[in-house]
Write a protein that binds this ligand. Structure first.
Ligand code: FES
Length: 340
């Protein structure tokens, strides 16, 4: 049954079978969110009154004790009656883009590395988003949605640029490395996620370090370009970590960016081989070798959970304030975050 849900005085209608998170985002009311799959816990909130169905909330994300104390995952829970909730953090009322359903058309498919493709979709109407957010694509012929970070900037609002790594047997890989062709139409939902550039008035132009593993480069490209356009003199170092030289892509694009913005530099890091022009090792370790202090910097991490966790440690070791550390984890299939 449809029910009303409210937070901080904002009341919205929640359609049948709609999660609390989806209802709020579709109404333009911000809630913290990341994976939208019940795995990260970012959207945990307090139910103040009313009752919810926790649906598929995993016990490892929302324990029995937490349920008993009135906590819920907004991305999973459905209200069973009119319900009031409260966010757990102090931050409320953040601006957000409306979550929307769109039809997108494949306009370009390009092999950029031995197992990586860039797929561009065109939109008939613009989509408002912030660089770094992600969309969910309904894989044609299936009922499965897959999440992909956007590599484009918010100015490029009639295109969705996705970077896709081949996953053997993956339902989206089977399509995107198989029969996909220009002109295919797909259903897309977005934008989602809190991994994005801050609003203009909150961007002080501080130095930034970005570490991306594999296709974790995608949202960092949009974030880097946006942040550099705002503050062309800002110091920014981008580490792209991959296994072998054959996994690297978009190096020309990054080199061009470094030619345009003198404060921007890119470091490519290979974890499984040595090759001229690239560093060897693990990208977070290379950052620690390079940067003596990141106090006052902001940090941006996107990739596997291991890379993100190592990156957080590396940033803290170099004195970056925890509130300036932003992260997006690509979870393995079926415990997924964007780009998995
Ligand atoms: S658990 Fe809800 S957004 Fe991750």
């Amino acid at each position: 049954m449809p029910a009303a849900i409210s937070v901080s005085g904002r009341r919205v209608e929640c359609a049948e079978d709609q999660s609390i998170l989806e209802a709020f985002l579709r109404a333009g009311v911000w809630m913290p969110n990341s994976c939208n799959q019940g795995t990260c816990g970012t959207c945990k909130l307090q139910v103040l009154c009313g009752d919810v169905d926790h649906r598929d909330s995993p016990l490892e994300t929302l324990t029995a004790d937490e349920r008993a104390s009135g906590l819920a995952l907004a991305c999973q829970a459905r209200p069973l009656e009119d319900t009031e909730v409260a966010l757990r953090g102090t931050e409320t009322g953040r601006a957000t883009h409306l979550l929307r359903d769109l039809t997108a058309t494949v306009v370009d498919v390009e092999d950029v590395a031995h197992d990586t493709r860039r797929v561009r979709f065109g939109l008939e109407e613009p989509l408002a988003f912030s660089a770094g957010q992600y969309v969910e694509v309904l894989v044609p012929g299936t009922s499965k949605r897959r999440q992909y970070s956007l590599a484009n900037t918010a100015q490029e609002d009639k295109v969705l640029e996705l970077h896709v790594r081949r996953v053997p047997g993956g339902v989206a890989s089977d399509w995107l490395f198989g029969p996909v062709s220009v002109g295919d139409r797909v259903e897309v939902r977005g934008p989602l996620g809190d991994f994005h550039v801050p609003d203009m008035d909150q961007d002080a132009g501080e130095p930034m370090v970005l570490i991306g593993g594999g296709t974790g480069l995608a949202p960092l490209l949009g974030i880097a370009r946006t942040a550099l356009e705002r503050h062309p003199d800002r110091v920014m170092v981008l580490y792209h970590g991959v296994r072998t030289e054959a996994d690297l892509y978009d190096t020309d694009r990054l080199t061009e960016l470094a030619g345009t913005y003198p404060g921007f530099s890119v470091v490519t890091v290979l974890s499984r081989e040595s090759a001229p022009g690239h560093r060897s090792g693990y990208a977070p370790d290379v950052f620690v070798e390079d940067i003596a202090s990141a106090r006052g910097w902001s940090g941006w991490l996107c990739g596997s959970p291991a890379l993100v966790e190592a990156g957080v440690k590396a940033f803290k070791r170099r004195r970056m304030a925890p509130r300036l550390i932003h992260r997006e984890k690509f979870e393995p299939a079926d415990r997924r975050g964007p780009g998995a």
